[in-house]
Design a protein. Sequence first.
Length: 196
Amino acid sequence: MSGNRLLEFVQRMTRLVEQRPIAEEQLLEQAAPLMRELVSHDDWLPGTMAVPDTRYYQQHLLYGDPLDRFSLVSFVWGPGQKTPIHDHTVWGIIAMLRGAECARRFSRDSRGALVADANEEQLAPGDLDLVSPSIGDIHQVRNAFDDRVSISIHLYGGNIGRIERHAYSPDTGVAKPFVSGYSNTLVPNLWARNEA
Ligand code: FE2
């Protein structure tokens, strides 16, 4: 059955986004249990989507909705790897599959300067984190481990690899546009059985 978990998720998520118009809050509320279910088993992620790189954290596209209503990404952390401070510009649900990651949120003070939260949040397998412009969209994320790979599965309200968003200078808070793209050139075969 493991080969069908990804397909089932995509089918459920497609039915969910077909309910448009739907408010972001309701969408997140209904998509969160689907993500929780997806990462409650660690037997479905194709091996090619779990491969780290020695230099850069990897963003493997697992599925992209043809109408850009959502995308699903396998985020593979090599030991000690971390993102820049960045935003998403669309809603996102991060669900931990393997290992652990730490995220620090940032907000703007009254003068527009970036202020880091005092504490990092750590995600363990099964844990979820939410981002969006309406609930807080700027954060910096890192592998919690210096000696092992971690993997989280990310769901976004758009085709995240093609969206122009921003990385922020930790010193000045100045935003620099970037488009992340994807690490993989081939997407998984959702219809294959026992691919993991
Ligand atoms: Fe992020």
